[in-house]
Design a protein around this ligand. Structure first.
Ligand SMILES: Cc1cc2nc3c(=O)[nH]c(=O)nc-3n(C[C@H](O)[C@H](O)[C@H](O)COP(=O)(O)O)c2cc1C
Length: 333
C-alpha cells in the first residue's frame, strides 16, 4: 500500500485531494458524498464581504428608514441562490456540515477591504471550522492606484483577519502581481499559514446583440494547471508556508504535478462539478496504481521534487524556458 497522507495548515490529511469552494459545498448531502468518495478535506463556498455588508446595510435601512440609501450596495448581489443567503445562515450551514462529516472543514471568506465584516472570521472559527481560507479578489482598474497601495490593502486585510482567529489561515490570490514572490512573502509575514494559488478569474463576455456584458462561467481544463504549477515550483522552499494548488486539477497526474511542484494539497472544483463527487474515488485509485507502477511509497517522497530548488533544470522554470518553448513550436505550412 502506498502512503497518500499529507499535512496542510497543520491538519493531517489522509490524501492530498481537497474540494475547492464551489456549489458542491452548498448542500450537506454533497459534502457527505465527497467524504464517502474519499476527499480529505473540504473548503466551503465563500461568504462574501458584500453579503455581510448587504445585511448590515439592510439593518441600517430598517433602523433609519428613508434617510439612508443603500440601493447601490444591493445591486452588487444577485438576489437568488446562495449569495442571497444571510451571513448568519452561512455560519449555520458551516456548523451543520461540521456536524455531518469527520473530515476537516475549512471556511472561506471572500473580500478585499478591512472593516467590520472581518468579524465573520471569528464566527467561522466559533462554528467549528478547522481552518479559514481568505480569498482576496480585487480588480485594480483605477489608474491612480499604485501596486504598492494595492499590496498594502492585501496585507492589511490578511493581518486584520489573522487578528480575529487562532485557527490556521490560508490566503487565496490571483496571479496578477508585479512582484509575485515579494507579495507572497508579505502575506505570509502578515500571518498566513498557507497560500492557495491561484484564484481563477472569470472574464465576462460581451453580448453584441443585446449590448450587455454577460457573465458566463466556463469550467477549467488541465492546461490551466501550468500557471499555478510553475509558481508553486518557484516559491516552494523560498516562502515558509504550505501551498495549495487550485485551477486545472482534473486527473491523478495533475495531482502528482502539484505535489512535485511543492504543493501540500491539490484542490478541485471543475472536475468534481462536471463528473460528480464519485470522481474522487476514481482519482485515488489512479493515484495508487500509478505510484505502485512507478515505485513511489508515499506522497511525501514526491513533494517538491520538481521545485526550482530541487529540479535538475531550475532555469526551465525561469526566463530561459521562454526561448525554449517558443523554439519548440513547429509551424507546418
Ligand atoms: C461554480 C463555481 C463557484 C465557485 N465559488 C467559489 C467561492 O465561493 N469561493 C472561492 O474561493 N472560489 C470559488 N470558486 C473557484 C474554485 O474554488 C477554484 O479555485 C477554481 O474553480 C479553479 O479550480 P478548478 O480548475 O478545479 O475549477 C468557484 C468555482 C466555480 C466553478
Amino acid at each position: 500500500m502506498v502512503d497518500l497522507t499529507t499535512s496542510y495548515l497543520g491538519l493531517k490529511l489522509k490524501n492530498p485531494l481537497v474540494a475547492s469552494p464551489s456549489p458542491l459545498s452548498e448542500k450537506v448531502e454533497t459534502v457527505i458524498q465527497l467524504e464517502e468518495a474519499g476527499i480529505a478535506a473540504v473548503v466551503l463556498h465563500s461568504l462574501f464581504e458584500e453579503q455581510v455588508i448587504h445585511e448590515s446595510l439592510e439593518l441600517d435601512h430598517y433602523l433609519d428608514y428613508g434617510t439612508y440609501s443603500f440601493s447601490e450596495a444591493l445591486t452588487y448581489l444577485p438576489d437568488t441562490g446562495r449569495y442571497s443567503l444571510s451571513a448568519d445562515r452561512y455560519i449555520e450551514h458551516l456548523h451543520k456540515v461540521k456536524e455531518a462529516v469527520k473530515i476537516p472543514v475549512i471556511g472561506s471568506l471572500n473580500g478585499v477591504s478591512s472593516g467590520g465584516w472581518v468579524k465573520y472570521a471569528r464566527k467561522i472559527e466559533d462554528a467549528g471550522a478547522d481552518a479559514l481560507e481568505l480569498n482576496i479578489y480585487y480588480l485594480p482598474f483605477d489608474p491612480n492606484l499604485t501596486s504598492t497601495d494595492l499590496e498594502k490593502t492585501y496585507v492589511r486585510l490578511v493581518s486584520d483577519v489573522r487578528s480575529q482567529i487562532r485557527i490556521p489561515l490560508a490566503v487565496k490570490v490571483g496571479p496578477y502581481f508585479t512582484g509575485m514572490a515579494n507579495v507572497m512573502k508579505q502575506i505570509v509575514e502578515a500571518g498566513a499559514n498557507g497560500l492557495v494559488l491561484f484564484n481563477r478569474f472569470y472574464q465576462p463576455d460581451f453580448d453584441v446583440d443585446e449590448l450587455e456584458v454577460s457573465p458566463n462561467l466556463v469550467l477549467s481544463t488541465s492546461d490551466e494547471l501550468r500557471l499555478p504549477l510553475r509558481w508553486i515550483a518557484l516559491l516552494y522552499s523560498q516562502i515558509k508556508a504550505d501551498f495549495a494548488l487550485t485551477t486545472g486539477v482534473h486527473t491523478a497526474r495533475d495531482v502528482f504535478k502539484a505535489m512535485m511542484a511543492g504543493a501540500s494539497v491539490a484542490m478541485m472544483a471543475s472536475e468534481l462539478l462536471k463528473n460528480k463527487p464519485g470522481r474522487v474515488a476514481e482519482i485515488l485509485v489512479e493515484m495508487e496504481n500509478w505510484m505502485v507502477e512507478h515505485e513511489y511509497e508515499s506522497i511525501q517522497q514526491m513533494k517538491g521534487s520538481m521545485s526550482a530548488q530541487t529540479t535538475r533544470e531550475p532555469h526551465a522554470l525561469r526566463r530561459s524556458n521562454y526561448i525554449k518553448v517558443l523554439s519548440s513550436f513547429k509551424y507546418l505550412p
